[in-house]
Design a protein around this ligand. Sequence first.
Ligand code: HEC
Ligand code: HEC
Ligand code: HEC
Ligand code: HEC
Ligand code: HEC
Ligand code: HEC
Ligand code: HEC
Ligand code: HEC
Length: 427
Amino acid sequence: MKRKWIVVLGCSIAMFCFTGLAIGAEEACITCHKKISPGQVADWESSKHSEEDVTCSVCHGEEHTSAKDFNKVALPDEHVCAQCHEEQFDSFVKGKHNFGWTSLNAMPITHVEPDELMEGGRGCGGCHNMGIKSEAQKKEQRDKGYRYQNNSCDECHTRHSFSKKEAQDPRACQQCHMGYDHPQWEMWSSSKHGTRYFVKEKGKLPENAQAPTCQFCHLPNGTHTNKTAWGFLGVRLPLPEDKQWAADRVTILKALGVLNPETGEPTARLDAVKSVDMVRLTEEAWLTEREKMIKTCSKCHSEKYAREQLAYGDSMLQKADRLLAEGIEIVAGLYKDGVIKKPENYAFAYPDFLYFLRTGGGNLDQMSHIDQVLFQMYMKHRMRTYQGNFHVNPDYAYWYGWAMMTKDLGEIKELAMTMRATAKMEK
Ligand code: HEC
Ligand code: HEC
Ligand code: HEC
Ligand code: HEC
Ligand code: HEC
Ligand code: HEC
Ligand code: HEC
Ligand code: HEC
């Protein structure tokens, strides 16, 4: 490994000269940075990199040498890591994490929210700064004055300790896979699987007791390629065979704006969704991921048991789609009859899930309350219904998921009635 990186860095003949240079510059980086940012140097010193002479300047270059010229420093993107970790890089590139930044920027809402919540690395951009950025994307960010967002590899093995053990811990996923619309951390940690993990961690279960982590199921055998069958949206192509389910799916796809609500034809948004691999586009693509997961479950359960368990998740998704489609149709009816006016940004007089909660401001209209209830039914409660099933969490699947969907639908019906009555009176 060590020999390889020296070759990569183009100093194969003058190895001695390279090492000499690196160490010379190194002393300066470390001496000075021990004073100005000692924590950072301590972290680096705790890393495998420091043992292997992967020094500051290997990643940051040697241009910056004083307190005044730090703007000349290189901020290493994933390609720098790839010089020595090609296998992990190649594997990462094929996974969904590599689409984090692009999929964020494909959302219409992203471009009307505060920059601090995007480029600033809080809010959406705090979790979605994953994925290799183009030079144009990097430049755009730099021009706005935002930095330190060009490396995905330090999201799970955090700089500057770059530890493998840290990335193997499920807590490495917690920062992003939690909360409103993807509470995988909460679901897993309070499931039987998570409970066993924590009891084992306390030393109260033997070392070889089984307790699957996020990594065991989603990044098995050191792979960096992550992808699931249903994905985040819980839709796929082709449409299901069941007639009612297929009709409900069409309704949902219209609310996602990938089908034209008037003609049922695909819109330009479908191409955007395809380009970031948001949905599996064929039965085979879906099955490939599903069968991988069955194999994983079967390391600890019988295959039959695993198939049954995942099939429960699928059928809850179908039932959740029924409720959601009913909600969408009620709100769509209000648009159709002019009870809700089409917001200017919308392409159609139809609910649009990709505008999220749309709180108004900028050039956005305030979203009507009933639309917000519908969005919550989709984004919070439908997600929990099926994600809770797949993560074997009874409470999320029922109380935080399904029960809340039925409550949302009740509220939507009630609100629609009142809105129609008010509209009639106003006439
Ligand atoms: C004489 C002191 C000194 C030396 C030597 C030095 N630095 Fe710095 N470096 C600084 C100061 C000061 C800053 C700005 C710190 C701040 O804003 O708090 C800085 C900032 C940085 C930054 C962040 C840049 C940014 O955009 O915010 C990096 C990365 C860095 N140094 C790496 C290095 C590396 C690698 C070396 C050796 C090749 C090195 N430094 C040598 C003083 C030094
Ligand atoms: C110049 C070569 C080089 C570069 C560049 C480099 N590494 Fe490493 N890295 C190594 C070597 C050598 C090791 C130790 C041998 C090993 O574990 O493969 C290592 C180990 C690691 C490990 C495993 C640590 C452990 O706890 O076992 C991680 C994770 C890692 N590097 C991540 C990164 C990331 C992320 C980047 C880019 C920001 C990067 N490396 C850049 C050479 C490099
Ligand atoms: C706490 C971290 C976090 C925040 C904040 C966040 N996301 Fe996400 N987002 C994720 C995670 C994790 C996923 C994948 C979830 C899953 O598959 O269950 C995701 C999925 C997505 C997807 C679907 C990607 C796909 O290919 O399936 C889009 C689009 C998206 N987020 C946009 C946004 C936007 C826009 C915002 C801000 C308004 C935002 N996200 C805020 C973590 C976050
Ligand atoms: C294996 C590669 C690697 C090594 C070695 C390395 N860094 Fe970094 N450093 C990074 C990455 C990656 C970032 C974040 C870049 C980004 O996301 O744009 C970073 C960011 C920084 C920053 C700016 C952000 C912050 O947290 O302040 C400073 C300063 C810094 N490094 C200093 C150092 C110093 C000093 C050393 C040596 C003791 C060092 N680095 C060694 C990879 C490395
Ligand atoms: C989603 C979290 C995550 C991200 C992002 C990530 N890694 Fe890892 N990485 C892991 C996990 C988990 C392991 C431990 C795998 C295992 O158990 O063998 C690991 C292990 C490694 C190792 C040690 C390999 C070994 O067997 O010693 C290296 C090197 C590494 N990653 C490099 C990278 C590079 C380079 C990137 C960016 C292209 C990256 N990682 C991005 C989670 C991640
Ligand atoms: C026992 C295996 C297992 C463990 C442990 C596990 N998952 Fe999952 N995960 C699944 C299954 C099964 C699915 C649904 C796959 C499908 O679509 O067929 C899934 C789906 C996902 C999805 C896509 C959206 C969703 O929730 O359905 C994300 C993101 C995810 N898991 C992240 C995590 C994170 C983060 C952890 C740890 C906090 C974790 N998972 C723990 C099995 C697991
Ligand atoms: C820095 C935030 C962040 C961290 C840390 C993180 N993820 Fe993710 N993850 C995301 C985002 C964002 C997405 C959605 C990417 C996209 O837009 O396609 C995602 C997507 C996924 C998916 C794909 C779901 C699908 O659509 O099929 C899985 C599985 C997953 N992550 C597992 C993990 C695991 C396991 C870990 C910890 C080892 C982890 N992630 C750590 C942000 C993160
Ligand atoms: C690394 C081993 C391991 C893997 C992989 C694994 N499980 Fe488990 N699972 C367990 C253990 C241990 C238990 C508790 C004892 C039991 O019920 O068999 C458990 C329990 C369960 C339970 C019962 C939960 C309860 O509350 O009683 C279900 C359902 C389940 N697993 C489903 C799955 C599914 C689905 C997968 C694959 C996505 C999976 N498991 C993968 C080890 C594993």
